[in-house]
Structures are given as structure tokens and as C-alpha cells.
Design a protein around this ligand. Structure first.
Ligand code: GDP
Ligand code: IMO
Ligand code: MG
Length: 430
């Protein structure tokens, strides 16, 4: 029996969806604990690609319980669209496979409107958010004026809470952001129509997950975004608004930390970032373009081109520490197939100092320059390799160097988007 947390160890889009899909084979429950539909998790089964924004990435496995924990923020429109899309493809035959915790905060139309208008108004100082209303929804949650999933299922409560909160939102939208106010009756009609379809998914994530653990089931906790986008430990303010690190799984579901057996951080063999904010190893040259092209680095949620750069061990060590990673899953190694030399940043230079810990102060981080080590490339197609030991010696050397620089074992190596392009070196559920 083991309970495993998966987190992004960089700035998101590391391949969490693929790894969760692979690991689901060993789990009975897959649980999202934070974020919302800012996430875009891609699963490729055979030739079929599925992108999930809200529903846990275990959903393609029949009979595996998929749970949305209290720490998630949920846009009911997107959630229903995702359900419909999955059913159309023949998944989610039994609605009992899916459960949403009653304390999940709802993304409301004013949250989306505020997110988009604020970014517009900020101009050059924008965060580069996904525009899905994530930040404003978490603000209301912490400000104790959020509307929760369970409230939506009680029409009078929902109407009362909306009536209480909307005047303040409209005042802000109109007078500060210069936007049109939103109509209370239109929101009421729209959301109460969703409520009828959502009723059957209501449950208590903490009870379900703890019962399963007591019964000896394996639970997989699926993080969204990445450790460097964490609201406390990331490159603040260029972060998302939730606790993306492993600790977030406990508060975002209601499980005790003592029940967690392993924490796996997903990292690409290089780095990408979408949106604004510091990125010390970013490449602005041909090489960056080549990685973007070979790795198809375009956002799964917004379609934006992802910024690309060399693997950053200083940043990765930060993720190893803040998450207490017990293993790394290394993805997209195949994207580096053609390179004769691969650079890896193992320290930063700040003024005349060498820094090995990721600076918490953004002003210092901005002035850091990467110190690179060069590693020879394997210059072979590795997509077809099925056993780790059969990788070219130079590819194995790259993996082992990452282990020694981070002090964390690489437990999975991914060499393509599909399920069968994966080498499991150590199964965290075993
Ligand atoms: P997530 O948000 O962490 O789940 O990652 P995304 O789905 O946003 O982005 C990862 C992208 O890389 C998706 O298009 C995956 O299908 C793809 N992918 C995952 N692992 C690999 C890999 O090992 N090699 C290649 N070439 N693509 C991969
Ligand atoms: P997955 O789960 C990559 C980024 C946005 C922006 C910042 C804040 O697919 O890895 P937000 O809309 O959350 O307020 O935006 O966070 N961001 C992501 N980047 N992958 C994600 O999710 C992301 N979710 C948010 O681009 O910089
Ligand atoms: Mg993604």
C-alpha cells in the first residue's frame, strides 16, 4: 500500500498528465488538490490525445475513482464541457467514478472578468495569467466571500451569496477596471442550470480518500502547475494563487502528512515557462526555437508559445527541498535527441558570488546569470528504447548527472508522449 503525490518540479507543463496516467494503473483513486482549469494535462493513448483541465488524469482508466478535493477552484461550465467530451469518447461511463468536494470554490463570471481586465490594465506589468479567473477566485476564498460547490446545489443559498457579493464586484469592475457590470439574474440562471447536472457529483473528498487509505487502497495525488509557480515558494508575484507543492495535497484534500509515502517531482530534460516572470536559463536564440519546435512547446490551455531554456539544477534543487521529493520523473528526453552538446545550469553567478540555492528575492534572481556545465548529447533517436539500460551511454550519463546534482533518484524516464514511451526504473507504489 502506498500513497503518492505527483508535483510539477518546474514552472508547469512538465508532463504530469502523462505520468499520472501511467501511475494510475497502480492506484484506486486519483485526486486533484489545487488549481483549476489553468491546468492543461495531456494524455496520449494510442493515437488519441486528451487534454484535461479539471478532471484528474486517471479518468481514462475505467473503475478508478477520480476526486476533486477542496483545494481546487472549479468553473462549472468547463467541468461540464470536460465531462461531455470524455463521455463522447467513451470514457466516464459511470458517473460514480467522479466526485467533487462540497468545499471546492466556484469560479464565477466576475472572477474571469476581473482576471482578464486586470491583466489588460497592468500592460507591461502583467503576470501573464491564463485568464481563467484563478487568482480572483482564490482571493475570495481566503477573503471568506467565496461561493462553494455545495452552495450551488442549494438555490436559495447560492442566490443569497451572489446577491451579497455581486455589488462589490460590479463596483470594482465598473469603477476601477472600466468594464461593464454583470447581471445578477443572468448569472443566477446560468449557474442554477449547471447545478441540476452537477448534483450527483457532490461528496466529501477527505472522507472518501481516508476511507480508501484505511481499506488498503493506493491513492495518487495529482498536482497542477509547478513548484516554482507556488504562491509561497515560487517566483512571487509571477506565480499562480495556490499551494502547488506537495504540502498542498494535505490541505487541499484533508489527509494527514503521515499518510504520504512518496513524492515524485516531474521535470523536463530542459525547462519551459508560460507567462511572465524570471527564467534564468531562458534561451532567446535558435536553440530555444529548436527546443520549442521539437518539443511542441505550445500551451495546452491557452496555446501560447512556451518560453524554453536549459535545465536549471538550482531551481530543481529548490523543488526537491520544498516538496521533499523522493524521486524525479524525467520527461521529454527525446526532445534533445539531435543535440551534440547539452548545457545544464548547476549554479548561478550573482555579482562576484556563486549561488547554489534558488534566491527567494526576485531582485537578486533577476541579476543572476547561469553557470553552465556542458554534457555531450547522445545524437540518436531514443523514442523506441523500452529498457533504461538500453539507452545510449551518453543519455544514461545525463540521467545520472541529474541524480548526482539534485541528490534525488530518477525513477521514471519518458521519451515520448505515449504510454509505451516510458521507462519505469522504480515504482513508487511497490
Ligand atoms: P502537464 O501540464 O504537466 O500535464 O504537461 P502538458 O500536457 O501541459 O505538456 C506536456 C506535453 O509534452 C504534452 O503535449 C505531452 O503529450 C508531451 N509529453 C509528455 N512526455 C513527453 C515525452 O517524454 N516526450 C515528448 N516528446 N513529449 C512528451
Ligand atoms: P499545468 O498544470 C504552466 C502560469 C500562467 C501564469 C501564472 C499565473 O498544465 O502545468 P494563473 O492563470 O494560474 O493565475 O496564471 O501561472 N500557469 C501555468 N503555467 N502550466 C500550468 O498548468 C499553469 N497554470 C498556470 O501562465 O504565468
Ligand atoms: Mg500543462
Amino acid at each position: 500500500m502506498a500513497n503518492v503525490i505527483i508535483v510539477g518540479a518546474q514552472w508547469g507543463d512538465e508532463g504530469k498528465g502523462k505520468v499520472v496516467d501511467i501511475y494510475t494503473e497502480h492506484a484506486q483513486q486519483v485526486v486533484r488538490f489545487q488549481g483549476g482549469n489553468n491546468a492543461g494535462h495531456t494524455l496520449v493513448v494510442g493515437d488519441e490525445k486528451t487534454v484535461l483541465h479539471l478532471i484528474p488524469s486517471g479518468i481514462l482508466h475505467e473503475g478508478k475513482r477520480c476526486i476533486i478535493g477542496n483545494g481546487v477552484v472549479l468553473d462549472p461550465k468547463i467541468f461540464l464541457e470536460e465531462i461531455d467530451g470524455l463521455k463522447k469518447k467513451g470514457y466516464l461511463k459511470d458517473d460514480g467514478q467522479l466526485l467533487v468536494d462540497g468545499a471546492v470554490n466556484l469560479i464565477m463570471p466576475y472572477h474571469r472578468a476581473i482576471d482578464i481586465a486586470r491583466e489588460h490594465k497592468a500592460g507591461g506589468k502583467k503576470i501573464g495569467t491564463t485568464g481563467r479567473g484563478i487568482g480572483p477566485t482564490y482571493e475570495d476564498k481566503v477573503g471568506r466571500r467565496g461561493i462553494r460547490f455545495a452552495d450551488l446545489l442549494k438555490p436559495e443559498t447560492f442566490a443569497r451569496k451572489l446577491k451579497d457579493v455581486l455589488p462589490e464586484k460590479n463596483f470594482y469592475l465598473e469603477n476601477f477596471l472600466g468594464e461593464k457590470p454583470l447581471s445578477e439574474s443572468a448569472i443566477l440562471d446560468e449557474y442554477l442550470a449547471y447545478a441540476e447536472r452537477l448534483r450527483g457529483y457532490l461528496g466529501n473528498a477527505s472522507i472518501e480518500v481516508n476511507l480508501a487509505i484505511k481499506a488498503g487502497d493506493n491513492v495518487l495525488f495529482e498536482g497542477a502547475q509547478g513548484s516554482l509557480l507556488d504562491v509561497d515558494h515560487g517566483t512571487y508575484p509571477y506565480v499562480t494563487s495556490s499551494s502547488t507543492i506537495a504540502g498542498g495535497a494535505c490541505t487541499g484534500v484533508g489527509v494527514g502528512p503521515g499518510l504520504i509515502d512518496a513524492v515524485i517531482g516531474i521535470t523536463k530534460a530542459y525547462v519551459t515557462r508560460v507567462g511572465e516572470g524570471p527564467f534564468p536559463t531562458e534561451l532567446h536564440d535558435e536553440m530555444g526555437e529548436q527546443i520549442r519546435k521539437t518539443g511542441s512547446e505550445f500551451g495546452a490551455t491557452t496555446g501560447r508559445p512556451r518560453r524554453t531554456g536549459w535545465l536549471d539544477i538550482v531551481a530543481l534543487r529548490e523543488a526537491v527541498r520544498t516538496n521533499g521529493l523522493t524521486g524525479l520523473a524525467l520527461t521529454k528526453m527525446d526532445v534533445l535527441n539531435e543535440l551534440d552538446t547539452i548545457k545544464v545550469c548547476t549554479a548561478y553567478r550573482y555579482k562576484d558570488q556563486l549561488i547554489e540555492n534558488f534566491p527567494a528575492d526576485l531582485d537578486i534572481l533577476r541579476d543572476c546569470t547561469p553557470v553552465y556545465e556542458e554534457v555531450p548529447g547522445w545524437q540518436q533517436d531514443i523514442n523506441y528504447v523500452k529498457e533504461y539500460e538500453q539507452l545510449p551511454a551518453k543519455a544514461i550519463d545525463y540521467v545520472e548527472k541529474i541524480e548526482s546534482w539534485t541528490g534525488c533518484p530518477v525513477v521514471l524516464v519518458s521519451v515520448g508522449p505515449r504510454r509505451d514511451e516510458t521507462m519505469v526504473r522504480k515504482n513508487p507504489f511497490a
